[in-house]
Design a protein around this ligand. Structure first.
Ligand code: AMP
Length: 281
């Protein structure tokens, strides 16, 4: 396994692989790897001749300096897990290499970036879209792998690739969860034990809504109320938003007539968690 910090060297390695007819797969991460990341790596490795994992905590997508400062980092552990997961190249650039002096060009996403996470975290998706466009240009993947855990992000990146004709395929894989339902997240380690216990309320609320839809509920308002009521059973949870949305545009729905997605975010003290679940009539 190679570790590259230079965008130029990374680009050269990817170009050489492509010229040799090898398939390049990219898994973008911010490190602090968990089984969610590893499931993306497994799929990438199965489908690629050269598996690249980027590891970059991207300042441009953090709207809060304290969130950026507290973001968990452990390069040696991540490198070990990546090697065991069959990664060929870790691309781990410095902030200066990605945003050198004079950097001024950003990718501005459209309405998909405005609601939900976009409204809660101003500039977040501009940072995500910009870094992904850069990572795609540097790592030249045929396919890039993302988790459904960040549903709005995955939807927006598919749009980015189509809108800018970036010529790669985006693969979105299911959310990996703890045995009690909590979606794996690098931020889970920041939860204190009480908050960790109550954090299961997010996935439980989504399951309640999924069961209600399966049982015939079609009112988005009632589904939202159901989710909000369940979130209120966890005193440490401070809900930020609950949306019942069109799965492609992420616009709120009034009624469930086909596939839909429930999106939610809640704070537990200083730790902000998100989750989502498909609602299928
Ligand atoms: P991050 O390091 O948090 O930026 O995440 C890197 C990638 O892993 C993103 O595509 C995430 O959507 C994905 N990911 C994060 N958590 C999970 C999870 N629990 N299950 C599946 N994929 C995940």
């Amino acid at each position: 396994m190679d570790v590259l910090d230079s965008p130029t060297k990374m680009q050269r390695a990817a170009d050489e692989a492509r010229q040799a007819g090898r398939r390049v797969g990219l898994v973008p991460t911010m490190g602090a790897l968990h089984d969610g990341h590893l499931s993306l790596l497994r799929r990438a490795r199965a489908e690629s001749d050269l598996t690249v994992m980027s590891l970059f905590v991207n300042p441009a997508q953090f709207d809060r300096p304290d969130d950026l400062a507290r973001y968990p980092r452990d390069f040696n552990r991540d490198a070990r897990l990546a090697r065991d997961g069959g990664v060929d190249i870790i691309f781990a650039p410095t902030v200066e290499a990605m945003y050198p002096a004079g950097f001024q060009t950003y990718v501005l996403p459209g309405p998909l970036a405005e609601r939900w996470e976009g409204a809660a975290r101003p500039g977040h998706f501009r940072g995500v879209a910009t870094v992904c466009a850069k990572l795609f240009a540097i790592c030249r993947p045929h396919r890039a792998y993302f988790g459904q855990k960040d549903y709005q992000q995955a939807t927006l990146i598919r749009r980015l690739v189509a809108d800018l004709n970036l010529g790669l395929e985006i693969v979105i894989l299911p959310t990996v969860r703890e045995a009690d339902g909590l979606a794996l997240s690098s931020r889970n380690v920041l939860l204190d034990p009480g908050a960790r216990r109550q954090a299961t309320v997010l996935s439980h609320a989504l399951r309640t809504a999924q069961a209600a839809v399966a049982a015939g509920e079609r009112s988005a308002l009632r589904l939202r109320e159901m989710i909000e009521a369940e979130l209120r059973t966890a005193p440490l949870a401070q809900p930020e938003y609950v949306g019942v949305c069109d799965p492609d545009t992420l616009e709120p729905l009034a009624r469930i007539t086909g596939r839909a997605v429930a999106l939610l975010a809640a704070r537990f003290g200083a730790v902000r968690l998100i989750d989502n679940g498909m609602l299928e009539p």
